[in-house]
Design a protein around this ligand. Structure first.
Ligand SMILES: [Zn+2]
Length: 484
């Protein structure tokens, strides 16, 4: 069995982020660590086999095979029901069938594989992630969770343990999470959760095809009349779990392959428009300018200060203790200027703001303060500023019961991989959205994060150690063995 140092060999040798803390013994700000239940263990007979040939070798080979299924030439791109997405769905379906699952595709192109134990209740545990990707993607985002779940169920079926399960288990490969094609995220999981608006069927892609057209081209006849048939009855579902790469650097920095996810941050996207007086770069004196570019620059620096030191700004209202703003992150990712010429003082500058926090009230307080400060700055610079809300999503808390079961399962998997009592399993919050967000509208959700190199994601540089893929599969297997 690999030792902790073996697990970290890759990271230490590559010097990407030196591991400065003792392995598995780390306390740091973003994590809240608590004791893993030591009662979980898997003992006896074939359970003691770690199945590396399925949970590691085959799972990794499948990740690479799926990573080649692309609409792009020389880069990975699979958008909602694109030709490559259909091929990927078919491939996943064959792997589900190889694992002994009964498969089907639903009215939004989600691929399902289910094991129905003989004496199971009617409440199924759902395990999912997404098969679509961003443009020029990595091969682990989404795919890792689907493939590890299939591998874990394959082991359970092979060893006959699935017949002992008290609940059906269903793996779902969601058709759209990234929202690249229709600029509308969670098409697949939102339909299953019953929260996809009918109007989404009529949203068009760049070529003018609607969601409904694209479904029809793939022989899926979904309309406003039958969209609700995709929705699951909450009474038929036990819960939803998702295994996903962390997409951030924390697990690598502490040298632990797995973490439990406490919740998914709420998010607001804003657009700020700043209007000034367009003019000649050579003739308008500095004192007479109404320059929206310099105003925008001041606003962006203000946003950074607000999100780095929120209590400097909102502590005076006496409500500071009501918010937890530790997880607050703010980003300006896009700026547009008009007319965008080097010798012209712009007439208008607009930019986007993305604000995320686990605390919805804290996020609202930041937006309120931003708005106040923005008008003060804009008035001082004699420019007009407009703040427009483009998107809001509340934070999602993962279920406490599922989390403690996932923590025990992660603990058991880590212990089996290292042969040591590894202490605590980290608890992280997710700054990125996941299908679990949409599924939380249907049922209780839980998530595990898997370490990825450099925290890099949405990039071909995305990478997960083979042994971490194995550990993730073991953790799912331990979860199913112990809790179902
Ligand atoms: Zn993802």
């Amino acid at each position: 069995m690999p030792s902790p140092s073996a697990i970290n060999r890759f990271y230490n040798s590559s010097n990407l982020i030196p591991c400065v803390f003792p392995l598995f013994r780390v306390v740091f700000l973003l994590l809240s660590l608590s004791s893993a239940a030591s009662s979980t263990h898997i003992s006896g007979g074939p359970q003691d086999d770690l199945f590396p040939e399925i949970l590691r070798d085959e799972a990794v080979a499948r990740l690479y095979e799926l990573g080649k299924v692309s609409d792009g030439d020389g880069f990975l791109e699979r958008t909602f029901l694109s030709p490559a997405s259909i091929r990927a769905g078919n491939l996943i379906r064959t792997w589900m069938e190889d694992a002994g699952l009964t498969t089907w595709v639903d009215g939004l192109g989600n691929v399902h594989g289910r094991v129905e134990p003989p004496h199971a209740s009617n409440k199924a545990l759902l395990i999912g992630s997404h098969l679509d990707t961003v443009v020029d993607a990595g091969m682990f985002d989404g795919a890792l969770g689907i493939i590890c779940a299939i591998s874990a169920l394959k082991v359970l079926n092979m060893t006959g343990r699935s017949t002992n399960l008290q609940h059906p288990v269903e793996v779902i490969a969601f058709s759209d999470e990234e929202g690249v094609r229709f600029q509308s995220t969670f098409l697949g999981s939102a339909a299953i959760a019953g929260v996809l608006p009918n109007s989404t069927l009529h949203v068009s892609d760049k070529s003018g095809l609607t969601v409904q057209n694209v479904l029809k081209h793939n022989s899926i006849d979904t309309s406003e009349e039958n969209l609700s048939q995709i929705k699951y009855d909450p009474d038929s579902v036990l819960g939803y779990i998702e295994v996903h790469i962390e997409q951030g650097p924390v697990l690598e920095s502490v040298g632990v392959p797995l973490a439990v996810v406490k919740g998914i941050a709420g998010q607001t996207r804003l657009k700020v428009r700043v209007r000034g007086s367009q003019g000649h770069a050579g003739t308008v004196p500095m004192s007479m300018r109404r320059d929206p570019m310099t105003a925008a620059a001041e606003l962006i620096v203000l946003l950074e200060s607000l999100c780095k030191r929120p209590h400097d700004f909102i502590s005076s209202d006496g409500q500071c203790n009501a918010f937890s703003l530790d997880s607050l992150v703010c980003t300006v990712g896009q700026i547009d200027t008009w007319p965008s010429a080097s010798n012209v003082i712009p007439g208008q500058v607009s930019f986007t703001i993305d604000i995320r926090s686990m605390d919805d009230m804290g996020r609202e307080a930041i937006i309120y303060e931003l708005s106040n400060q923005m008008h003060r700055i804009c008035d001082g610079r004699l420019v007009s500023c407009f703040l427009e809300r483009k998107h809001d999503a509340d934070a999602v808390s993962c279920d406490g019961g599922l989390n403690s079961q996932l923590k025990s399962a992660a603990y058991a998997a880590l212990k089996r991989m290292t042969g040591e009592d590894i202490g605590d399993v980290p608890v992280l919050m997710s700054g990125a959205g996941h299908d679990a967000m949409a599924m939380s509208r249907l049922t209780k959700v839980g998530m595990l994060f898997v370490r990825c190199r450099g925290g890099i994601s949405h990039s071909p540089e995305e990478y997960v150690l083979e042994d971490d893929v194995w550990t993730a599969g073991l953790a799912i297997q331990a979860f199913l063995d112990t809790n179902l």
